[in-house]
Ligand binder design. Structure first.
Ligand SMILES: NC(=O)c1ccc[n+]([C@@H]2O[C@H](COP(=O)([O-])OP(=O)(O)OC[C@H]3O[C@@H](n4cnc5c(N)ncnc54)[C@H](O)[C@@H]3O)[C@@H](O)[C@H]2O)c1
Length: 349
């Protein structure tokens, strides 16, 4: 099938592009190439005859209409978004424009194209979203996010993603657009932009810098290897029930402090310091405003209905990730010079 994938030069989108090509799909990668993008993420497929790249902004409706008409995709996987919570605190406007208005443009362009092509039964609009739309969970391990958990977003980022989810459901109910939605937990893995927690910790550790932990490090996240997420996304695209949403998570809850200590232990093993442990560099810094206490996904629906399982444990995935960063300095070094990377953001609340 020919897939129009938005945000395919970003972290998760590029994993989906690489996997889709490996599985024999054709891919049109639509990306504006913002500060978070890197075309090196898709260099391994760039010369494949089944791959095409379109630099375009989802805020530009005319560009979207042109791309739908030129490429005639069989399905859309919509990942393009502003994705960094700390940046959303300092500058929410871009999050509203891209995540809400941009998704509106994608829905309208897809609806116009789907209607003009006689509403093919196989067409799908897959909207990729986050568990952050559900808000913050109590510490009680029995409570997890399901697909019926009420939305309760608490940051500009999660509120903008919640808004986009509501639009997608409305376009299904009102116009019959064939949609599926997914809400995933925190991803980590290769090509993760070096402003997010896992790469920040690995790269600061290697540079001998402080390893910053927000607050007391007790905030819990549910970690999933990015390639397992990409696998789940292609499965939902192919087999998900129309109008339905699927929560995706690896059932790997870790506090931020536990996660950072695990990364330090892996680094101590793979690239030992002359003396001491990388954990000696851990430093506690002022907490993020409105920092959600806990996220945890109940993945029963995607597991029971579609048979999805993650392929690696979080310890295996983190080891693969640390090794990847050790082997790919040529990828991450230039990205560290991009605006805002390496700075404390999200303090302007
Ligand atoms: N990272 C996570 O842990 C996580 C978890 C669950 C869901 N998600 C969702 O998955 C999607 C991808 O996340 P990511 O971490 O890969 O993000 P990312 O920031 O790494 O990549 C986003 C990509 O979208 C592109 N983009 C941004 N604004 C655009 C615009 N106006 N027009 C066209 N392209 C634009 C960027 O250039 C970039 O390539 C997002 O929708 C995010 O909400 C992320």
């Amino acid at each position: 099938m020919k897939l129009l994938i938005t945000g395919g030069a970003g972290f998760i989108g590029s994993a989906v592009v690489r996997l889709a090509i490996a599985r024999g799909h054709s891919v049109v990668n639509l990306d504006a190439l913002t500060y978070a993008a890197c075309l090196d993420n898709v260099a391994s497929v760039a010369s494949n005859p089944d791959y095409a790249f379109e630099q375009a902004d989802i805020r530009d409706r005319a560009a979207l209409d042109r791309i739908f008409a030129a490429h005639r995709p069989g399905a859309v996987m919509h990942l393009a978004a502003e994705s960094h919570v700390d940046r959303s605190i300092d500058g929410p406007a871009d999050f509203i424009a891209t995540n809400i208005t941009g998704t509106f443009n994608m829905l309208e362009a897809a609806r116009a194209y789907w209607t003009a092509t006689d509403k093919p039964a196989t067409f799908r609009f897959h909207h990729i979203s986050t568990d952050e739309v559900f808000g913050s969970l109590p510490a009680d391990k029995a409570v997890k996010f399901t697909e019926t958990t009420p939305y309760d977003p608490r940051s500009p980022y999660s509120a903008s993603k919640a808004g986009s989810d509501h639009l997608v459901r409305a376009w299904h109910e009102t116009y019959g657009l064939p949609v599926v939605l997914t809400n995933c937990s925190n991803n980590y893995g290769p090509y993760h932009f070096p402003e997010k927690l896992v790469p920040v910790i690995i790269l600061n550790a290697l540079a001998g810098k402080a390893l910053p932990i927000y607050g007391d490090g007790s905030n819990v996240r549910d970690w999933l290897y990015v390639e397992d997420h990409a696998d789940a996304l292609l499965l939902v695209l192919e087999k998900g029930v129309l109008g339905r949403s699927y929560n995706i998570g690896g059932e790997n809850e870790r506090s931020n402090l536990q996660l950072v200590r695990t990364l330090c232990a892996i680094l101590d093993d793979l690239r030992p310091k002359a003396s001491g442990s990388y954990a000696d560099q851990i430093t506690f810094v002022t907490d993020r405003p409105g920092h959600d206490a806990r996220y945890a996904i109940d993945p029963s629906r995607i597991r029971d209905e579609l048979g999805w399982r993650p392929s690696v444990t979080v310890e295996q995935g983190l080891r693969l990730t640390v090794q990847w960063y050790l082997d790919h300095a040529a990828w991450w070094q230039p990205l560290q010079a991009r605006a805002g990377v390496g700075q404390r953001l999200g303090t302007k609340a």
